[in-house]
Every structure is written in C-alpha cells, then in structure tokens.
Design a protein around this ligand. Structure first.
Ligand SMILES: *[C@@H]1O[C@H](CO)[C@@H](O)[C@H](O)[C@H]1NC(C)=O
Ligand SMILES: *[C@@H]1O[C@H](CO)[C@@H](O)[C@H](O)[C@H]1NC(C)=O
Ligand SMILES: *[C@@H]1O[C@H](CO)[C@@H](O)[C@H](O)[C@H]1NC(C)=O
Ligand SMILES: *[C@@H]1O[C@H](CO)[C@@H](O)[C@H](O)[C@H]1NC(C)=O
Ligand SMILES: *[C@@H]1O[C@H](CO)[C@@H](O)[C@H](O)[C@H]1NC(C)=O
Length: 274
C-alpha cells in the first residue's frame, strides 16, 4: 500500500502535467500544502536541469542550494552516478519562475558523498561546482550551514521551497512559480517508530539512520521534483540549511514525515571540498 518514492524519479522518467491547481487557504495545495513564493525570499534556491530531447529543453529535475559562490548542494540521487558527466547538467539561479528566458549556468565538477547508498539512501548529498563564481545580489546569495553543535527540533521555524509537484499526481503549472511551506522537524525516535509501524516488513531502504532528519506532517511536505532542495531553519536571525530533500512516502498524503539528509552529518565532507 505504501510505496517508497524517490522524490526526483518521476520527473526523470516522465514529466507529467495534469490538472491545474487551485490555490486556497486551507486545502492541501503547494509544494504540498504550501503557497507561492515572492522573488528574493529564498535567494539560495536553485533548479537543477538535464536536457530532455523530446521537449528540446533543459527540464527541471531537482532543487538545490547555493552554499558558496561556486558550490551547489543537492541530493546524490538527483545525480545518480558517481561518475556523472557535469556537462549533462545546468543550474538556474536567482529566479522564482522556471523556464524564463535566461542563461543557465554550467557545472565543472560533481562530487557525490562517498558514503551515498542508493538503496538505504544514506548520505544522499552531492556537491556541484559552477564553472564561474556567482555574483551576489538580492536574488542570488548563499545559505549558511549549521554549526556542528546546533540542535534543531519542532520548536524551530523551518521552511522548505521547491518546484516539485503540488500534489501526488499534480505537477506545478505554468508559470512554474516556486512554492514554499513551513514544516516542523520531527523527533528522531518517533519518526523511526512511525516508519517501522507503517511499513513493517519493507526492505532496509525505509530504516531511518542518524544521518537523516525527519520533517513535515500530514499534507505538508516535499513531492516529486523537490528532491535536493534545502530545508532551512531560522537560528539567531539567520537562515541555516539543516536538510536536503531525500525521500518520502506518497507526498505527505499520510502522516509519515519526509526524510532529509542531515546537513550536520556531512559538514566535514562539505568543508573539505568547498
Ligand atoms: C555552457 O556550456 C555550453 C557548452 O559547452 C556553452 O555553449 C555555453 O556557452 C556555456 N554557458 C555558459 C553560461 O557558460
Ligand atoms: C558551537 O560552535 C561554534 C563554532 O562552530 C562556537 O562559536 C560556539 O561557541 C559553539 N557552541 C557551543 C554551545 O559549544
Ligand atoms: C528544542 O531545542 C531548544 C534549544 O534549541 C530547547 O531549548 C528546547 O527544549 C527543545 N525543545 C524540545 C521540544 O525538544
Ligand atoms: C536527532 O538525532 C541527531 C543525530 O543523532 C541529533 O543530533 C539530533 O539532536 C536529534 N534531534 C531530534 C529532534 O530528535
Ligand atoms: C564536528 O564534531 C565532530 C565530533 O562531535 C567532529 O568529529 C567533527 O570533525 C566536527 N566537525 C567540524 C566541521 O567541526
């Protein structure tokens, strides 16, 4: 009944565009459950693209974040292979709309976390180096990484943004404006318990490990196309990225939280490269 879904995959396989979305205050529409984002609110948010020969265009596959003038953080499962060719990817920065007339940025190097495991989804993080340094503006800037010793829990104010589906089978519609949703971080132990209870005999892929972070509630969370995007929390008046969208079950149609790569678990690896 419950299917474990990589949030990028349906976009990689077939970008389906179905019914249009009506926005209302309380109905679960959004990234799932969110609303449209004004320009400049999440200036580190990027869209990762691959070339679609059928559509003859660079199609959005995943989200990502600017963590330094030359580096993008995303999910390893968005890249898939340790030896992926950087020339197959482009990045859009500084926009809330997808596919506006503009230059996409090139990538010179891709580094997947050495401990990334596509089955367990452990260490689902990757770094992409841009060919040129970004110029910071009100619409383009980097997000802070958390301190090694900070703690985050349900009392923190945390937000997620992305261009993914607004409902399980409903893609974001033109003009493809970024959506955002406020979601709570969930306690590790109750998250582990919830996954064990809901999916008792599934393969190891649904085990929740220390390098993962649970966030989201029924009707509020990421969906297909949001993978790789940042989960940010306000800490001492500064937005810090605590998670990278990794996977979930049924796009928050049930009360299982979604799973993020815990940025703190990969800090040393990130700092070693950027
Ligand atoms: C990106 O790379 C392509 C192919 O090498 C090149 O044609 C294009 O000008 C590059 N774009 C930028 C913004 O550097
Ligand atoms: C946490 O680490 C930061 C630097 O990484 C340091 O400035 C701060 O004092 C530390 N806080 C605690 C409570 O150890
Ligand atoms: C959440 O973390 C804060 C410190 O950041 C702590 O004071 C508070 O007790 C924690 N709350 C819960 C519910 O764990
Ligand atoms: C969850 O586990 C991580 C890693 O062990 C820990 O740093 C964090 O404080 C825990 N947070 C919550 C909300 O359970
Ligand atoms: C963070 O702390 C852990 C031990 O708690 C240590 O192994 C790691 O090197 C530290 N990382 C950074 C970036 O300070």
């Amino acid at each position: 009944m419950f299917q474990l879904l990589l949030l990028a995959l349906s976009f990689l396989e077939s970008p389906v565009f179905m019914a249009s979305v009506s926005v209302s205050g309380s109905k679960p529409v959004g990234i799932v459950g969110g609303h449209r984002t004004p320009p400049g609110r999440w200036p580190w948010q990027v869209s990762l693209r691959t070339y679609d020969y059928k559509a003859s265009s660079w199609e959005h596959i995943c989200g990502g974040s600017i963590i330094s003038p030359q580096w993008i953080l995303t999910a390893a499962h968005c890249i898939q292979s340790q030896d992926a060719d950087p020339a197959l990817f482009r990045v859009q920065v500084g926009e809330v709309y997808l596919y506006k007339e503009q230059d996409l940025l090139n990538i010179s190097r891709i580094i997947l976390h050495p401990d990334f495991n596509q089955f367990s989804k452990r260490f689902d993080v990757a770094l992409m180096q841009l060919t040129a340094s970004l110029v910071t503006s009100t619409h383009v800037s980097q997000v802070s990484l958390p301190n090694n010793n900070s703690t985050f829990n349900s009392t923190d104010q945390c937000w997620l943004a992305g261009w993914g589906n607004v409902h399980k089978n409903v893609a974001l519609q033109p003009p493809y404006q970024l959506y955002e949703v406020k979601i709570p971080i969930q306690d590790n132990e109750s998250c582990k318990r919830a996954y064990r209870k809901k999916i008792p005999d599934e393969p190891q892929s649904v085990a929740i490990f220390e390098d993962m972070l649970c966030a989201g509630t029924l009707g509020r969370g990421p969906c297909f196309g949001d993978s790789g995007g940042p989960l940010v929390c306000l800490k001492s008046n500064k937005w810090v990225q605590v998670g990278v969208v990794s996977f979930g079950v049924d796009c928050s149609l049930n009360d299982l939280p979604s799973i993020f790569s815990r940025v703190q678990s990969s800090l040393a690896w990130i700092q070693q490269h950027i």
